[in-house]
Design a protein around this ligand. Structure first.
Ligand SMILES: NC(=O)c1ccc[n+]([C@@H]2O[C@H](COP(=O)([O-])OP(=O)(O)OC[C@H]3O[C@@H](n4cnc5c(N)ncnc54)[C@H](O)[C@@H]3O)[C@@H](O)[C@H]2O)c1
Length: 460
């Protein structure tokens, strides 16, 4: 098939790579020159330094004959005459603090596309094409897309909602072995096109292939994300809080008790200072906005969002309350900048709020370190004399008064040994991911005070 992707971000690039790997001739259009050059470089390292997703570089290099990236719209226009499906992978961020989705990226891309679609096949529009919403969009987006297409005079088309369920850090492995594919359409013709697009998964016994209507598909995505987000909020704000409130109630033991119940399940049982990333927060806000717009109660959705926000505030406030820290003039190490391990994505990363907080509190110096997200973080925080980017986590923690572990990169587990053996001072450790929980008693015995999510204050 001939497939066009509009938007080469995490979703567009990963999903297009899998499309090419499934044998489709795939063209990816984006307005970001740098991204297009790097993703189209046919060089694994260049690709992964642009978008750090395990396996993405390999997949793009392996399928280079079937996939290309462009910023040139004439290439897009040329493809429309025999294009089978067009995947819309545009950002849908929140407008300010309203919860409402900012659809301007989507709308402007759709309007540009509609003008060209109306002229395909020399104006005859003989080629049937399906426009696929892969972005996470409002539940009634199918109607809005149709309005844009109809206003431009586009004929002979279908609209499908095919939400993306990828998990950053596992996007490629997850997309090559998806647990489910959800296709929402009104017409059988559109289901048929999508069955061909997803031929390798449609008849696979390992993948649940669900055909629903476009509103159900869009709602299902928002609700799935809310469910997961709520599970995390319960873990942080109820389970973690209980473990922080009582001595000798260890988070990991409680996790074992709860997660061995099949009804509760295993996912989401990690305590953390914050659930960041590009999706959970904005999708919960969008769900809340949409529920309120139709006159429904959104209190539970709002409380989940607030519980997550509160978690980071409470974590930082413990430094003063329990560790007796006056931040002014302190040297602080922030270890981990990505919003979670295995990605270079820093969108809604807790480290952004932490660095802002530390600067507002008047610390004298901040050392930061991350194995992959340095470049992304520098968009928000360029290096200065007082904000220094280190090349190793061990260098970051040297001479620090406070060490904040903000990302769950597995390598940070090794910090305890080095700190005990090599540091002359004994900084306050603020473990926002319980990365050192296996060594808390050793660290405390060696004189390190510890504030960890899911534990009361620990000291010798
Ligand atoms: N990142 C995830 O884990 C994830 C998972 C599931 C769903 N989603 C949803 O998928 C959508 C895209 O997310 P993402 O993380 O890929 O975003 P992203 O910001 O990484 O990528 C979006 C891309 O669209 C490009 N773009 C903007 N305007 C354009 C235009 N007019 N024409 C062509 N390209 C344009 C941008 O340059 C950017 O490269 C969002 O709705 C998001 O909620 C994201």
């Amino acid at each position: 098939m001939h497939i066009l992707y509009i938007g080469a971000g995490f979703v567009g690039a990963c999903s297009a790579a899998v499309s090419a790997d499934s044998g489709h001739k795939t063209l990816v259009y984006d307005i970001d020159e740098r991204k297009v050059t790097m993703l189209g470089s046919k060089d694994r390292d260049t690709i992964e330094s642009c978008l750090f997703e395990t396996g993405l570089g390999e997949l793009l290099v392996r399928n280079q004959e079937r996939i290309s990236f462009t910023t040139d719209y004439t290439q897009v226009t040329a493809q429309l005459d025999d294009c089978d499906a067009i995947f819309m992978c545009l950002p849908t961020p929140e407008i300010g603090d309203t919860g409402e989705s900012n659809l301007s990226y989507y709308n402007s891309a759709a309007e540009e596309l509609a003008a060209k679609l109306a002229k395909r096949n020399g104006g005859e529009q003989s080629n049937y094409v399906v426009i696929v919403n892969k972005s996470t969009v409002p539940i009634d987006m199918v109607d809005r897309t149709a309005e844009i297409m109809d206003a431009a005079g586009v004929k002979n088309y279908g609209i499908v909602s095919n939400p993306e369920f990828l998990v950053e850090g596992k996007a490629i492995s997850g997309s090559l072995k998806p647990d489910r594919i959800v296709v929402g359409a009104w017409k059988q013709e559109d289901f048929d096109v999508m069955r061909q697009v997803y031929g390798r998964f449609y008849s696979s016994p390992d993948c649940v292939y669900l055909e629903v209507n476009p509103k159900e598909a869009a709602a299902g995505k928002l609700l799935a994300n809310f469910y997961l987000f709520n599970k995390l909020a319960v873990c942080f704000d109820v389970i973690g809080r209980t473990c922080e409130g009582f001595d000798d109630v260890k988070f990991e033991q409680i996790r074992n008790i709860l997660s061995s119940d099949k009804r509760i399940g295993k996912w989401g049982f990690y305590d953390s200072l914050y659930a960041g990333g590009s999706c959970f927060i904005k999708d919960a806000r969008s769900l809340s906005h949409q529920l309120q717009t139709v006159g429904q109660n959104a209190q539970m959705v709002n409380e989940t969002y607030l519980a997550n926000k509160r978690q980071l505030e409470l974590f930082l406030s413990r430094a003063k309350k329990e560790g007796n820290i006056d931040w002014r003039g302190k040297r602080v190490a922030v270890v981990g900048l990505a919003f979670k391990r295995d990605t270079n994505d820093t969108r809604n990363s807790p480290s952004i709020d932490i660095v802002r907080f530390l600067q507002d509190e008047g610390v004298s110096h901040i050392n930061v370190y991350d194995p992959s997200a340095t470049e992304m973080f520098q968009y928000d925080f360029p290096p200065t004399e007082t904000l220094e980017y280190m090349t190793h986590e061990f260098d970051a923690v040297k001479n620090a008064d406070v060490v904040i572990i903000a990302t769950d990169w597995p390598q940070f587990r090794g910090l305890a040994d080095t700190m005990i053996a090599e540091l002359e001072n004994r900084p306050l450790i603020m473990d926002g991911r319980r990365m050192l929980q296996h060594r808390y008693s050793d660290l405390a015995a060696a004189g390190f005070p510890i504030i960890a999510v899911g534990s009361p204050f620990i000291s010798s």
